[in-house]
Each structure stands twice: as C-alpha cells, then as structure tokens.
Design a protein around this ligand. Structure first.
Ligand SMILES: Cc1cc2nc3c(=O)[nH]c(=O)nc-3n(C[C@H](O)[C@H](O)[C@H](O)COP(=O)(O)OP(=O)(O)OC[C@H]3O[C@@H](n4cnc5c(N)ncnc54)[C@H](O)[C@@H]3O)c2cc1C
Length: 206
C-alpha cells in the first residue's frame, strides 16, 4: 500500500513572502479570547533552507506531540469541570426560590454530588496520565482515553451546573455561561471524541 504520510514536510514560511495572506477572522462560539483566522498560501516560494527537519517526516513530527497536546486538553477539561462545580456550589447556596435555598432541594444535592464524583474520577485519570507523561511513558491510547473521558465529563458536568443556575446560567456575566461555550471545543479539537475512540479501539486490537 502507498504510504499516505509520504510527501508531508514542515516548512517555515516568512510572513513577508509573496502570496501569503491572512484572511477573515472566524467568528467562534467560545474561546473568544484567541483569534482564529484563515491563512492562505498562493504559490508561495519557500527557500530550500526553510525546510524544518527532514523531508517527508512532517506527519511523524506532528504526531510525536499529540499525546502531550491531548493531555493538556484533558487537564484543562478537568479544571473547567472542577470550576463549574465550585461556581454551582456557591450559587445554589446564595439563590433562594420562594423562600427556600436552591441548595435545599434534594435534586440539587444529588446533581452536585454526582458531578463531584465525576470530577474526582477525572482528577484521578489526569493524575495517572501526568505521571506516565513525567516518566516519558504516556502512550497514544492512554492520552486518547484521558482526553475522551475528561472532556466528556466536563461536557456533562458543566451542563448540569449551568442548569442549576437557572436563567442566569445563560447570561455571559456568569462564568458558568462562558465555561459552557469555551468547553464545547474540547470534544472537537486535538482530535474529536470519535477519533479518540478509534485510537483506543485500535490499541485493543479492534
Ligand atoms: C477553535 C479551534 C482551534 C483549532 N486549533 C487547531 C490547531 O491549533 N492546530 C490544528 O492542527 N488543528 C486545530 N483545530 C482543528 C481541529 O483539530 C479539527 O477541527 C478536529 O480535529 C476535527 O477535524 P475536522 O474539523 O476536519 O472534522 P471532520 O474530520 O470533518 O469531522 C466531522 C465529524 O465526523 C466525525 N468523524 C471523522 N472521521 C471519523 C471516523 N473515521 N469515524 C467516525 N467519525 C468520524 C468527527 O468525529 C466529527 O464528528 C482547531 C479547531 C478549532 C475549532
């Protein structure tokens, strides 16, 4: 079979090169603090010495850092889920509805307790992956597993914590609303949850 990775190389492109252009800034749902824009390279000429590393090794260079990138996303997702629980915990104690604090409802206690258990599990997963990374032993499958688990936990937990805020949970002045929007991309970038499952399945010989 032909090697589909062949022909991919890393090039350093001077932004003053003819044919290089920054296109429109994309309007994102969340992570609005960072700009994401289209870049175009029309017939850009790159001098031979601006090849980064060896020719045809681009895919392998990019792949080498993927487990670390996914671990970074897992750590962030865990931290976002933990923050969501803290925000909701504070909010439900302060908000009263018809004379009762939202925290007094059994549903609130159960929802937050279940969220806390999920966050604790995510913390253990992140700690184990960090330890493996420290030893230089973080495998592609373990990194994928950590990213899949923690980002799916964060997605569920942040949604539940937003729900406990009622209408204020939908307002950007409350950090839970921004967390909801910012967290959404965690299940997409660095490789989607579906792609994480493919990596894990492959490591299981499936
Ligand atoms: C804000 C943001 C920042 C980003 N930053 C970077 C960056 O810095 N560097 C970088 O390289 N990339 C970056 N990306 C790109 C990101 O990694 C990709 O968007 C992501 O990997 C998904 O690829 P795609 O968009 O091509 O989706 P597609 O591959 O088109 O996927 C569409 C859907 O099909 C599913 N799918 C695809 N293949 C399969 C399959 N084989 N089996 C089952 N389902 C499948 C996907 O899971 C998804 O649900 C960024 C994206 C965003 C949104």
């Amino acid at each position: 079979a032909e090697d589909r990775r062949h022909g991919i190389s890393l090039l350093v492109v001077d932004t003053k090169s003819e044919g290089y252009a920054v296109g429109r800034k994309l309007d994102k749902l969340g992570l609005r603090i960072s700009d994401t824009a289209e870049l175009s390279f029309t017939d850009v000429k790159v001098p031979v010495e601006d090849l980064l590393g060896e020719e045809n090794k681009g895919f392998s260079y990019l792949g080498q850092n993927l487990p670390q990138e996914r671990l970074g996303i897992a750590v962030g997702a865990y931290a976002q889920a933990a923050a969501a629980v803290r925000f909701a915990q504070a909010y439900v104690q302060e908000r009263t509805v018809f004379g009762k604090s939202v925290a007094s409802f059994q549903n609130t206690k159960f929802e937050l307790a279940a969220c806390k258990a999920e966050v604790d599990a995510a913390e253990a997963v992140v700690d184990r992956a960090l330890e493996a990374h420290d030893l230089g032993e973080l495998s592609a499958a373990e990194a994928a597993s950590a990213k899949l688990f923690t980002t799916e936990v964060a997605h569920r937990v942040i949604d539940k914590c937003l729900q406990l805020h009622g209408g204020y949970g939908y307002m950007n002045e409350y950090p839970i609303a921004r967390l909801y929007a910012d967290n959404r991309v965690n299940r997409i970038y660095g490789g989607t949850s579906e792609v994480m499952k493919m990596i894990i399945a492959k490591s299981m010989g499936l």
